[in-house]
Design a protein around this ligand. Structure first.
Ligand SMILES: Cc1cc2nc3c(=O)[nH]c(=O)nc-3n(C[C@H](O)[C@H](O)[C@H](O)COP(=O)(O)OP(=O)(O)OC[C@H]3O[C@@H](n4cnc5c(N)ncnc54)[C@H](O)[C@@H]3O)c2cc1C
Ligand code: FES
Ligand code: FES
Length: 486
């Protein structure tokens, strides 16, 4: 039996299509089916940004639905997952295909183009910034360009062009934003009146029924991990279920004792929500992927992947967060996240279960929380070692301490020996330096392409010392104690 069509808007066109397989990428659809070849394919793995497009999707807020436009990598996004969305390709920017959009004009004027292969992707990333912010400093601009590789031009001309655009052009005059109210109504109509494709459950009840029906299934959320396996390794997981339309999995709720975060909440959304409780986490989150990956990748996907270098795992363990797992019969179990990981990329998730939410406790009075990522490149790179530290002091004695490292073992892990060494001790440089030496009793890291075992061991030690110096002695302390870091 034919599934229901995938329905969405592409630029100004209403689309109903029946993809040959659920794994037709948005990029292939644009280039091969629609012959819109302005969007380029570089790496095919979400790394280079050549395939950047803008996706408008409905986000449920207290006041109703909001249509939010964000950049994504079309090479690792599959057609069923854009059901009910508004897809914008680079062709939509120029008026009648004749006049360049102001962003394109400024990039050209500032010499931000040489071979031009990266340019459509770069323009779309600048467009994403332009749609979502009225002003931005250099750091913010760089953040929005993290996911775009340009081999020729160098970034200065592109950054200068972006500064000019933000200064000179008014968002209120942008055609896409002007028409967004109308588009929101079109999308709401698809959502309310049209049947969903069989592999795209509309809500939790349909998800549970679908899981019950299928013996072997694969849950897909942001597809930033799975998309890479499909494209690079040609691994096609069986019976995909795309969960990105399920509002119940995208909530952020402030409960009495914890913040409940739906498993399909993306990194971009998470950063905005957690900032006021854990300001340190926002700086750490912008080290994950590039803006496109942060707009797609989810907290649930990061946990289920169970990578030893998954960047969200150390902070969540350090905060003693819990995981809510739900099965197809609505049975729930809530477990500490640190008990979820059994061995290398193996979790306690049962066959009929999915991750429904994460519960993050509020910060305790007097607590200090700090997160660190060491990678070969600063931007758009995975960790060699990542670490999160959570400390509660009482009259300068260590009342509670959690030291969690990724990349030091086959799963992200707490340094329990070092933690118990520090518990109850005076929090001072002398004890911290002794404790740092104890980390070798907690971990025996391995060498791989990312880092040698010696490097990992040294980094872990130094990150812990840095935590103490940075948080308790400030920048001056870091300088003064340069020797202690060696
Ligand atoms: C270019 C690039 C850069 C990246 N950079 C980083 C980085 O810096 N740090 C980092 O940690 N990761 C990084 N990643 C990896 C990836 O983005 C994250 O792991 C992301 O959180 C995965 O989430 P997702 O929703 O995209 O998962 P998906 O790809 O949709 O799914 C991943 C796995 O999780 C399962 N799954 C997803 N949701 C659920 C659920 N609710 N219940 C049960 N199972 C589920 C899927 O079945 C699948 O096995 C990067 C990836 C790319 C392509
Ligand atoms: S082609 Fe490189 S990110 Fe998509
Ligand atoms: S202009 Fe050639 S890659 Fe950017």
């Amino acid at each position: 039996m034919k599934s229901n069509p995938v329905i969405f808007y592409l630029n100004n066109e209403y689309i109903e299509c029946y993809p040959e397989t659920p794994y037709v990428s948005v990029l292939d659809f644009l280039r091969l089916d629609k012959e819109l070849t302005g969007t380029k394919e570089g790496c095919g793995e979400g790394d280079c940004g050549a395939c950047t497009v803008i996706l408008g999707s409905l986000k449920k807020r207290k006041s109703g639905f909001e249509l939010k436009y964000e950049s994504i990598n079309s090479c690792i996004k599959f057609l069923p997952s854009i059901h009910g969305c508004h897809l914008i390709s680079i062709e939509n920017l120029s008026e009648n295909g004749q006049f360049l959009h102001p962003i394109q004009q400024e990039v050209k004027k500032y010499n931000g183009v040489q071979c031009g292969f990266c340019t459509p992707g770069i323009v779309m990333s600048i467009y994403n910034l332009f749609l979502n912010h009225t002003s931005a400093n250099k750091n913010k601009i760089e953040q929005y360009l993290q996911g775009n590789l340009c081999r020729c031009t160098g970034y200065s001309p592109i950054i200068n062009a972006t500064k000019k655009i933000l200064k000179k052009y008014n968002r209120d005059k942008d055609n896409l934003l002007i028409a967004s109210k109308k588009m929101k109504n079109h999308l709401l109509e698809i959502r309310k009146k049209k049947p969903f494709p069989s592999e795209v459950p509309k809500n939790l009840t349909t998800l549970k029924n679908t899981i019950k029906e299928k013996k072997n299934f694969t849950i897909l959320s942001g597809t930033t991990d799975v998309g890479v396996s499909v494209n690079r390794d040609m691994v096609v997981p069986p019976n995909p279920i795309f969960i990105s339309q399920i509002d119940e999995l995208k909530h952020v709720k402030y409960r009495k004792n914890f913040i409940s975060i739906g498993s399909s909440v993306t990194y971009s959304e998470l950063g905005n929500e957690l900032e006021r409780f854990y300001p340190d986490i926002t700086k750490y989150l912008v080290r994950i992927g590039g803006e496109q990956i942060r707009n797609m990748g989810t907290i649930g996907g990061n946990l289920a992947t169970a990578s030893p270098i998954g960047d969200m795992l150390p902070p969540l363990i350090a905060l003693q967060s819990k995981l809510v797992l739900t099965d197809c019969d609505s049975r729930k179990r809530t477990i500490p996240i640190e008990n979820f990981f059994v061995k290398y990329r193996k979790t306690t998730l049962k066959k009929s279960e999915f991750i429904s939410s994460v519960e993050i406790p509020y910060p305790k009075t007097g607590s200090v929380f700090s997160n660190h990522k060491i990678s070969k490149r600063r931007d758009e790179d995975i960790s060699s070692v990542c670490a999160s530290f959570y400390l509660v002091l009482k009259r300068n004695y260590v009342e509670e301490i959690k030291l969690v490292f990724g990349g030091m073992d086959e799963v992200p892990k707490r340094a329990k020996y070092t933690e118990s060494f520090l518990k109850g001790k005076t929090w001072c440089q002398e004890e911290v330096l002794k404790a740092a030496d104890n980390l070798s009793k907690d971990f025996s890291p391995i060498s791989d392409a990312r880092a040698s075992k010696e490097y990992r061991a040294l980094i872990a030690k130094n990150l812990f010392k840095k935590f103490y110096l940075e948080k308790f002695e400030g920048r001056e302390g870091l300088k003064r104690n340069e020797q202690a870091l060696r």
